[in-house]
Design a protein. Structure first.
Lengths: 475, 139
């Protein structure tokens, strides 16, 4: 891993330029995610500023961008609708506390238990939910709205071919906001959905009663936010690791996400996490170090303070078009091939994860059920033991443990030869059940007057076998 | 003659033919080395990470893409090494070739994605325009 100095000042020029690019690309997303969550645009903008700046110092993956995200916004929708902003801020603070704990207890190790199928399901479900959140802003809004969405999409997909320095969404915003003014189109704007305050965020305590009841309200949301935030952050850090061919400290990142959310809650910002799309933009624009994340956050709030007046005039359909682009970029399009070619169980887990998320509107529930389901499938698949018999010699292929011993016992018990050999050289004894099963079948067959030889146990299995039978070997 | 030969490959038929020509040139001198370079596009990272079981399996998978070239180099018993890079293929090959001051760059005329080349132009064309060393395009 690089030194602190390299992480901060190893790539000054590249980091400053890419940070500016990211700030420009972040503004529309931060506003759109605020609208998804049902809060004022400032809540997402303050969160993006605060999280980016804090994570620049305490994160574990230099060059990664964290801010207000769609995944987190989707989790908090009901909390905001039922209880309002102050409860969201309290939940954000609690999310931070949970994430700090998880980081201290080395959550990153646990991430390895989340299989690809669940991660693919997660990003697909995320894309679908963000898309579904845009539909109400389009349907029935009239022909001009449809046209604006379409033109936005055309701009964001064609302009990058020719202009690479300025993010295409920003170009779409500038052109289409100008057109709205020139032709004085009657379109819904950001100003219709909230206000923009041209000031820095300030410290305040969320106005919630400090009671057990409050905790009961926010805890389920905070847990879900903590899980979703860490999941997307650790996935993003893997992607940034791969893009830059460098390593990162995943547990430090988890703690950093916690610290960032904890502080952000006190400054009127919503919980956030790392962003896949923005981090990729950052790396592609030349950002590698912590400075890029810091510049992104600082430049974002600078732009809002200077240009806040203009931001309220951005037409909603343009923002919707940008969100559709985010969906298309988030969705894993190779999933269709994956469903056709991956093992049945994996494909099923992926589809179930997506289905549960879309049905419950909760990313965390989908992920948890997906992980449980895939764990069950995994146990089921490795508990399949193949037993072949030839002249009284039984060859056992596959591990023996609590889930696989039943088939083993049933097959061997039915042996008819007078001398039976159990060949374990392609197997492994894992637990008490496996040792118990061997002892059980051997004694049962011997009761029938047969002779039994057990051979080919590997050293580790032998050791377990002897230990559980109470045999002590003299050294 | 050419000591350090850079061979850009991505697993296509064309890059295999390019490898053949690189081998011929490498055999002209006794101490030459062919460096096979494969660039993985930044945009592939997300999909690759999502579908790979671990970073180790991902590395294996990527190396497998150019295993046809590697087998050929092994069979022909030339000195070689494999370098995997990340970025936008064209500019990244140019950057690497110029930075390493290689003696010769060998590249296939077109890659795997014919459709993309029709829209964006070929990687080899862009590379040849901007690389500082002599270059060989193999049809």
């Amino acid at each position: 891993m690089q030194t602190i100095q390299q992480q901060w000042f190893g790539n000054i020029r590249g980091d400053i330029l890419s940070g500016i690019v990211v700030a420009l690309a972040l503004i529309p997303e931060a506003i759109a995610f605020s609208i998804i969550a049902g809060v004022d645009p400032m809540v997402g903008l303050y969160a993006s500023f605060s999280i980016a700046v804090i994570i620049a110092f305490v994160g574990g993956r230099p060059g990664m961008i964290s801010a207000a995200t769609g995944a987190m916004a989707l989790v908090m929708v009901n909390l905001v609708a039922d209880h309002g902003l102050n409860y969201l801020l309290a939940a954000t603070i609690l999310t931070g506390v949970i994430q700090i704990f998880l980081g201290v207890f080395k959550i990153a190790k646990l991430m390895r238990f989340i299989p690809n199928s669940v991660m693919i399901g997660f990003v697909n479900a995320l894309a679908i939910l963000i898309f579904m959140a845009q539909v109400p802003h389009i349907l029935g809004e009239g022909i001009i709205t449809y046209a604006f969405v379409a033109v936005t999409l055309i701009i964001v997909y064609t302009v990058p071919r020719f202009i690479k320095v300025i993010p295409a969404p920003l170009i779409a915003i500038i052109i289409l906001t100008a057109i709205t003014f020139i032709f004085s189109f009657e379109l819904k704007t950001i100003g219709d959905l909230g206000t923009i305050t041209q000031s820095l965020p300030s410290f305040f305590l969320p106005e919630v009663p400090f009671t057990l009841e409050t905790l009961q309200i926010i805890l389920p949301y905070s847990l879900a936010l903590a899980i979703v935030g860490l999941l997307e952050s650790l996935l993003t850090s893997q992607i940034v690791d791969d893009m830059t061919d460098t390593k990162s400290d995943k547990n430090r990142e988890a703690r950093g996400q916690g610290i960032a959310n904890f502080i952000t809650g006190f400054f009127g910002g919503m919980a956030g996490c790392a962003m896949i799309g923005q981090s990729m933009i950052n790396v592609k624009s030349g950002g590698r170090g912590r400075l890029s994340t810091l510049v992104a956050g600082v430049f974002l709030i600078f732009l809002i303070i200077v240009l806040g007046d203009l931001v309220v005039d951005i037409p909603m359909p343009v923002l919707v078009g940008i969100m559709i682009m985010v969906c298309i970029g988030t969705f894993d399009w190779s999933s269709f091939k994956y469903v056709a070619t991956a093992p049945r169980a994996d494909a099923l887990v992926m589809i179930v994860t997506v289905a549960i998320v879309v049905y419950t509107d909760n990313l965390a529930i989908g992920v948890v059920i997906g992980v449980i389901l895939s764990a069950l499938f995994f146990v089921a698949s490795i508990s399949r033991v193949k037993i072949t018999e030839h002249d009284g010699i039984y060859i056992i292929e596959g591990p023996l443990f609590f889930a696989s011993t039943q088939h083993f016992v049933q097959t061997i018990e039915q042996a008819t030869a007078n001398h039976i050999t159990i060949d374990l050289s392609s197997s492994h004894l894992w637990d008490e059940s496996s040792v118990g099963a061997i002892v059980k079948v051997v004694s049962k067959l011997e009761e029938q007057g047969k002779t039994v030889t057990v051979k080919g146990m590997n050293p580790a299995s032998e050791l377990l076998y002897q230990k559980l039978l109470g045999i002590t070997t003299s050294h | 003659m050419y000591h350090h030969i850079l061979l850009a490959a991505e697993g296509s038929e064309n890059s295999l033919r390019a490898a053949n020509e690189a081998i011929k040139l490498a055999k002209c001198s006794s101490n030459s080395i062919i460096e096979v370079v494969m660039v993985t596009d930044f945009d592939k990272s997300m999909q690759d990470i999502l579908h790979a079981q671990s970073s180790d399996s991902l590395l294996l998978e990527r190396k497998r893409k150019i295993s046809n070239v590697e087998q050929l180099l092994k069979r022909e018993q030339v000195n070689y090494k494999i370098t995997l890079l990340k970025g936008s293929p064209g500019p990244e090959i140019v950057r690497y070739a110029n930075e390493q001051k290689v003696d010769l760059l060998v590249i296939g005329s077109r890659g795997l994605n014919v459709l993309q080349e029709m829209v964006l132009g070929s990687v080899s064309h862009k590379v040849i325009k901007r690389v500082n060393c002599p270059a060989l395009i193999v049809k």
